[in-house]
Ligand binder design. Structure first.
Ligand SMILES: NC(=O)c1ccc[n+]([C@@H]2O[C@H](COP(=O)([O-])OP(=O)(O)OC[C@H]3O[C@@H](n4cnc5c(N)ncnc54)[C@H](O)[C@@H]3O)[C@@H](O)[C@H]2O)c1
Length: 339
């Protein structure tokens, strides 16, 4: 890993504990590939949360990346100290600790994530070797859709070990699930622990049997303060809404950006902060639940090494069947595109 934050703050700008000019203290660097709706919002979220000292953006559209960077630079005074840079040259990503890939065509109205597969697989084949050359030690987080297929392809094209390249998976879907459960039950979203597993897409499965609210198994939740318990119908409605809400957002404003930007930032913080945080990211399965050679999401330990270990959550029979059929449908898509 190299010394990433090359421009140091002046003494007047530098907060306590930050490197002073002339010191060789190492700082963290986040590279974001794709300065579109997702990449730019992710940059903003990461900067606002002080996730990395340097944020570098790469996009083939030079005018766009320069404009996004300039706009972000003008806001640095109001953020935790950071440096933002951008270019259409991959060298801007040199020495990054984390590389987040958001480059690719966005879903259009009526398109599923899998409709994007062919174009994005080709894109990964062309951009990954150059990225790995300039940032060989980074942890890579794929966000581009269809994220599970893109992650599987990116592992092949990059040659990186599976713990160092994974997809944002169902971190976003799980936060949508938690929001809807919290709303239904009248509790804070932070009290809900529940994961979506499988594909980031139509075949994903909510893991109801292991979900809890404030330590109470969700399936035993009694209901409080005028909010009914989660009946089977209510759970089905919520699961449907989780899968379809992205389509609704795209219909209304053309892209989803805020929640995915925050979800991506959460993953980056878990890596850079060596947090040992369990997040449902998409990794290459290796016999888990009898499934292998496919990337999909399961709760996984995220730390400075990357996606270091998956956790075998107890599954109901229906959840296990759902997970296996999600794996089958992802594997069929990968094969269709020659992966
Ligand atoms: N995984 C998730 O949870 C999740 C959520 C939302 C969106 N997404 C996905 O993120 C991706 C980006 O969405 P968006 O709304 O930001 O799209 P967008 O069209 O706004 O931005 C994509 C950017 O990628 C750039 N790009 C294209 N080829 C490039 C290359 N070779 N190198 C560098 N940059 C390149 C484009 O110029 C553009 O600026 C899509 O695939 C979308 O489906 C994923």
């Amino acid at each position: 890993m190299t010394d990433a934050g090359t421009t140091l703050p002046t003494p007047a700008q530098a907060p306590a504990g930050s490197p002073v000019p002339g010191s060789a203290a190492r700082t963290t660097k986040l590279a974001i590939v794709g300065a579109g709706a997702v990449g730019s919002t992710l940059a903003y979220a990461a900067l606002m949360r002080g996730a990395a000292r340097t944020v570098a953006m790469l996009d083939v559209n030079r005018a766009k990346v320069e404009a996004e960077v300039l706009d972000l630079q003008h806001g640095i005074q109001f953020m935790p100290m950071a440096k933002v840079e951008g270019s259409d040259d991959v060298a801007v990503c040199a020495g990054a600790d984390v590389v987040v890939v958001t480059a690719g065509a966005k879903q259009k109205q009526g398109q599923t994530r899998l409709d994007l597969a062919e174009g994005t697989i080709g894109l990964m084949r062309s951009i990954l070797p150059g990225l790995v050359e300039v940032a060989p030690d980074a942890v890579y987080v794929m966000v581009t859709n269809p994220v599970d297929i893109v992650t599987y392809a990116a592992l092949k094209f990059s040659g990186l070990p599976p713990e160092r390249l994974f997809g944002s998976g169902t971190v976003l879907d799980s936060s949508r699930l938690r929001f809807l459960v919290a709303q239904h039950c009248g509790v804070a979203v932070q009290n809900v622990h529940a994961y979506i597993a499988g594909e980031h897409g139509d075949s994903e499965i909510p893991l109801w049997s292991s979900a809890t609210i404030g330590g109470v198994p969700l399936l035993d939740w009694p209901g409080i303060a005028g909010h009914p318990p989660l009946s089977e119908d209510a759970r089905e409605e919520i699961a449907h809404e989780v899968v379809h809400s992205a389509y609704r957002i795209i219909e209304g404003k053309g892209a989803t950006n805020y929640a995915v930007g925050l979800a991506g930032t959460r993953i980056i913080e878990a890596v850079l902060g060596d947090e040992h945080r369990l997040l449902p990211v998409s990794t290459l399965l290796d016999g888990d639940y009898g499934i292998d050679d496919v990337c999909l999401s399961l709760p996984t330990l995220i730390d400075r090494r990357g996606a270091s270990e998956r956790v075998e959550v107890p599954l109901s029979d229906a959840e296990l069947t759902g997970l296996r059929s999600s794996a089958e449908s992802l594997r069929a898509v990968a094969r269709r595109f020659g992966l």
